[in-house]
Design a protein around this ligand. Structure first.
Ligand SMILES: C[S@@+](CC[C@H](N)C(=O)[O-])C[C@H]1O[C@@H](n2cnc3c(N)ncnc32)[C@H](O)[C@@H]1O
Length: 203
C-alpha cells in the first residue's frame, strides 16, 4: 500500500506542517470563537454556510452553531491530530451534530477551490499565525493567496472575519489591507475583537 501511494503521490521532501497538541477554549486569552458565535446570533443571519479556520479541541463554533436554531452549517479545519480525534469522538457520541458540523484534518494552506463549496461566512482568525517555511517545502499557499481563495469562494453579500486579538495580527493587518484594496469588499461594523468585511460583488 505504501509503495502504491509513493508511486501515485510524488513526495515533496517534507512532511505536512501539522501541529502538536490541542487548543482548549480560553475565553480570557482567545475569545474569537465566542465573539464570532455572538456576532452571528446578533446579526440574526440564518442558514449560513460557515468555513471556520481552526476548530480548537473544544469545537465551540461547530457545536454552538449546530445546536442553535439559526440553521447554520459549519465546515472546520484543524491541523492537529488530537483535535481531529476529538471531532471523531464528538460526532460518534453526538451524531445529531454530524450533518451540521463537518471537520477535516489538513493544512489550510493546501486548500483547493475545486474541493470547496461556496460559503456565506469565512473566519480567518488565525491568518499568519502558523504558516512557516515548512509550508513552503510543498508549495503551499501564502496567507495572501489563502485570503483571495476564500474570498472568491464567499458568495456576494457574504462575510469574511478577522481576529484583532491574534498574536500575529500585526503581520496579518497589512495582508488584509492588500487583499481588501484589490477585492470587491467593504469593511462593515466589527464586533468586539473581530473585524468584519462584506463581499460586495463577484471576485
Ligand atoms: C490557537 S488555536 C485556536 C483554536 C480556536 N479557534 C480558539 O480560538 O480557541 C489555532 C487553531 O488553528 C488550527 N490551525 C493552525 N494552523 C492551521 C493550518 N495550517 N491548517 C489548518 N488548521 C490550522 C489549529 O489546529 C487550531 O485549531
Amino acid at each position: 500500500m505504501r509503495s502504491l501511494l509513493r508511486r501515485l503521490v510524488p513526495r515533496s521532501g517534507g512532511l505536512l506542517h501539522s501541529l502538536k497538541g490541542a487548543w482548549a477554549l480560553r475565553p480570557d486569552d482567545c475569545p474569537c470563537d465566542i465573539h464570532f458565535v455572538e456576532w452571528l446570533e446578533r446579526q440574526g443571519l440564518r442558514n449560513q454556510a460557515v468555513f471556520h479556520f481552526g476548530t480548537g479541541d473544544h469545537h465551540y463554533v461547530g457545536v454552538r452553531l449546530s445546536e442553535s436554531d439559526l440553521g447554520a452549517s459549519v465546515m472546520g479545519i484543524t491541523a492537529t491530530r488530537r483535535e481531529y480525534d476529538s471531532y471523531i469522538d464528538l460526532i460518534t457520541h453526538r451524531p445529531e451534530l454530524a450533518g451540521r458540523y463537518c471537520v477535516y484534518f489538513g493544512d489550510i494552506y493546501t486548500a483547493n477551490a475545486a474541493l470547496l463549496p461556496t460559503f456565506d461566512v469565512v473566519t480567518l482568525f488565525h491568518l499568519c499565525e502558523f504558516r512557516t517555511e515548512k509550508n513552503d517545502a510543498y508549495g503551499a499557499l501564502t496567507d495572501l493567496d489563502l485570503l483571495h481563495l476564500f474570498a472568491r469562494g464567499t458568495r456576494p453579500g457574504g462575510h469574511l472575519i478577522f481576529y484583532t486579538g491574534s498574536y500575529a495580527y500585526a503581520v496579518a493587518e497589512p495582508v488584509i489591507a492588500e487583499w481588501a484594496a484589490a477585492s470587491p469588499v467593504e469593511e462593515v461594523e466589527g464586533y468586539r475583537t473581530l473585524r468584519v468585511f462584506r463581499k460586495t460583488g463577484a471576485a
